[in-house]
Design a binder for this molecule. Sequence first.
Ligand code: DUC
Ligand code: ZN
Ligand code: ZN
Ligand code: ZN
Length: 484
Amino acid sequence: MGSTVIRGGTVVTADLSYPADVKVENGKITEIGPNLSGDTTLDATGCFVMPGGIDPHTHLEMPFMGTYSADDFDSGTRAALAGGTTMVIDFALPAPDQSLMDALKVWDNKTARAHCDYSFHMAITGWRREIFDEMEQVVDRGITSFKHFMAYKGALMVNDDEMFASFRRVGDLGGIAMVHAENGDVVAEMCARLLAEGNTGPEAHAYSRPPQVEGEATNRAIMLADMAGVPLYVVHVSCEDSHEAIRRARALGKRVWGEPLIQHLTLDDSEYANPDWDHAARRVMSPPFRNKRHQDSLWAGLMSGSLSAVATDHCAFTTEQKRFGVGDFTRIPNGTGGLEDRMPMLWTHGVATGRLTPNEFVAITSTNIAKIMGMYPKKGAVMVGADADLVVLDPKAGKTISAATQQSAIDYNVFEGHAVTGLPRFTLTRGRVAVTEGKLDAREGWGEFVARTPRGEVNRALSAWKELSAPRPIQRSGIPATGV
Ligand code: DUC
Ligand code: ZN
Ligand code: ZN
Ligand code: ZN
């Protein structure tokens, strides 16, 4: 591959905007400055040259609720690139009794067709000696974030004793703990009650998991992480109750990050009142969409910095799959798509409305994520030496989102009919031009696994800092935590 120069644009990073050309060779950024030349030129006049988006939360080809999510690493990463996202972090999910390393093999095998780079988080869905031991191997493979489901009782959920033991282990390994924060016991109880009372439709899904369910679990996870001394990343923060807990923890000096989804920022709970069963069921996800008060809270969090990243939780199911839940809302596969739409939807509703600056947009779609997840500045940076994962975003280019033109394999789009601006004129994945003016030229198998490094941070409240300030060495062996 010869050299490529992105010419005439404005480079936008998480902290700076300035006019410059960007030169790319062998997949890396090699020069940034005025009047560069190369073998190929991409015209970025009127555009912003930004780090490609990183979606830290996807579920591609995931076995879930009796089926598999419909987008795999082929259609999912095509959708990513089409929308200006150049990397995804997916969740490796061990089956019951499966070892973590075996689960990783399964996930490795799913990625053969990936069109852009990817990494994994590891889900901890049970607790036993083998898992404790294997977590070190997982970290050594460059997977430094461990997800815990506080919901999905009887399937993925871990109890507090298991979660606390795992948190301690993650902390000792220098990794970060992640949580899906919903009180699974309460959700199970509310689902049973709603069904018994004859509430079987998709609108009951939202009633089964009100904001308090999420707020309680977020508070609990933060306190457990604090006691375990592990940094905590809270996925899909959908409401003020959860955001408030994160805000407070951060003000106390705790390393806690919150991730709202583009869906929760832009779609509200009135979707479930739609009389069309399919319409409502297609929007069933956990946590569910909330009302405007909660949406305002999420936007405020992004504007003030108390929330750190915007993701999708891309977990797409076809209408046919959603219909597994006709007559019983608890059987509707939970999940929505968004990989192709996250960047333009956030640009449109965030930057074009004046809520966010372009620099803040870069921070929450890419740079903050690369930093938190231990892969900065290889990813998330427009910097000499960084991977040439870039989006040349045209703020004037617009379209109307439609399932008819999307890359996703499903038959609808929850953002159908939304007008968006801020589309990629070009998307580059490690220097390869994968999108030109809306035309996708992705290459199967181009995507590579990105190994991440442990950050080694401790999580200590400021009040406890003095006594506990000695940096903890990463412990690679020792007595298993309680609960093994
Ligand atoms: N929520 C969803 O809606 N789908 C996948 C998993 C999750 O937590
Ligand atoms: Zn979740
Ligand atoms: Zn998820
Ligand atoms: Zn819109």
